[in-house]
Write a protein that binds this ligand. Sequence first.
Ligand code: GAL
Length: 366
Amino acid sequence: MRLSKKVIAVAMASMMMVSMTACGNSNSEPAAAPAPATPAPAETQAAQEPAQTEAESVAATVAETTGEGGTVGVCIYKFDDAFMTTYRNALQEILEGKGYTVTFMDGKNDQAEQNNQINNFIAQGVDALIINPVMTSAADQIIATVKDADVPTVLINREPTAEQMSAYEKLVYVGCDARQSGTMQGELILDTENKGDINGDGKISYIMIQGDPENVDAQYRTEFSVKALTDAGMEVEQLDLQRGDWDRNKGQEIAQNDLAQFGDEIEVVFCNNDDMAIGALQAIQAAGRTVNEDIYLVGVDALDAALNEVAAGNMTGTVLNDAQGQAEGAVAAMEELLGGKTYASGEQSIYVDYVKVTPDNVADFQ
Ligand code: GAL
């Protein structure tokens, strides 16, 4: 069973009439309701019942319909991404568990392809969209498209600016503040017995394996991981910075080349995510180095594979990128939008906290 936007709009219009809490500019759908405003004589008695009764029954209709039949289109930037696979699975379980009909599309890391997918979802008349943009730089275009079609939309994982989002009041971003994850990576290094300065030369020599640099997560993690070290008064030396595009194989290649070039000079390997860290670990082990003895290694995401390596002492630590929490937040925001809520400019980002993961607490996440 599918719920049309109109049904929600009509129900909401009735609720607003009863409760008088309507927000001035949120009734963009005409309330062409066969409304209970002018009751027929036979209904007079019912109409004399307290207004609250009607409000309650309309609310029940909305709750029932939004939970049991809306259609949701989900666009993922690419299926072949370890963290976004975990996130996608969480979204699917939550949405299907609530009775939505949900379709996932693989953007294949191609913005033009994703634009087509968004247009197709709109043409099919989906009730809501959840979009993980391929390119952060495409945000303006995506927002204009969903606004034009008047489809409530939740953006995930790649955060546009507040100004970009303010163009459309039925748009929300649910994600994390990537600065926090970078800072936590730096703190993981500061928490080691020698604060990352394994050879005691007074500076922390590191390599940085970066995600897709177009992505704010990559930019902030790169910046704030090192900032945490310098803020703590440590001297740092960047031996190399290379883009690994969130990809395990690239992480392995970059680490292998850097280990061959810089050898024991490398004290810390910062990876913007866990999948690249797992790749880097393969190179570290192949080079005969031992994590937490002669080199440190940190990632972000808390993928299952990374949790196992943290528990085994093969990664210094990681940072939980809470896929479950973000998926729950995205669905909750979507349901609020479906219920008629609109968002004021500057209040369109909803953040889920990152959490540091070390051998001490890793069991809590496994
Ligand atoms: C990051 C995550 C990466 C990758 C990226 C995709 O938040 O840490 O592993 O999934 O999103 O945009």
